[in-house]
Ligand binder design. Structure first.
Ligand SMILES: Nc1ncnc2c1ncn2[C@@H]1O[C@H](COP(=O)(O)OP(=O)(O)OP(=O)(O)O)[C@@H](O)[C@H]1O
Ligand SMILES: [Mg+2]
Length: 147
């Protein structure tokens, strides 16, 4: 473990705000490109960040994304205040979704967000308290690549 921080930033995410949704993950993609991170890793981080961000927009009231790059890893923590998830195992299943009709009309609700986040992150941690909120902790290895 190294304590060196190459870059870090916090992003606020607002529940129900479909207009600005996706902005944080878009900025993260730009920052990683500027740092010179491998394109395949950028792709994985951007997918995970976007899906996590959209889940806050759709199912929580307020969230914070903490993005940190060290020489060896990218850390993403997405913490929200909201309804939380009652059954995490169920929520993790591909195809499971509680998205509303309105969200489905916007193209969300395939129930693939969480499975995709898990697939793309090297380390995936989810915890949730019903009525309080949900926290996702993700790590991506830079595998010694220059950054
Ligand atoms: N941050 C969260 N707070 C509360 N519930 C959540 C949160 N994230 C996910 N969930 C619950 O887990 C379910 C599955 O999430 P997932 O991201 O896999 O699918 P989805 O958001 O429903 O659809 P998609 O991501 O494919 O558009 C959601 O429908 C919702 O019930
Ligand atoms: Mg989702």
């Amino acid at each position: 473990m190294t304590s060196d921080v190459v870059f870090q930033q916090n992003f606020a995410i607002h529940g129900g705000d479909f207009v600005n949704a996706g902005e944080s993950s878009c900025k993260i993609r730009i920052i990683l490109k500027e740092i010179g991170v491998d394109a395949e890793i950028i792709r994985r981080v951007a997918i995970a960040a976007y899906e996590a961000e959209m889940n806050v927009v759709m199912y929580a009231e307020l969230g914070k994304m903490h993005f940190m790059v060290t020489p060896k890893k990218i850390h993403l923590t997405i913490e929200d205040k909201g309804q939380g998830i009652e059954n995490i195992e169920l929520a993790m299943q591909p195809g499971y979704s509680t998205a509303t009709e309105e969200m489905r009309e916007m193209g969300f609700g395939a129930g693939m967000g969480l499975p995709n986040i898990r697939k793309n992150a090297d380390v995936f941690n989810i915890s949730s308290i019903v009525g309080k909120g949900t926290t996702l902790k993700l790590t991506f290895e830079l595998n010694g690549k220059q950054n």
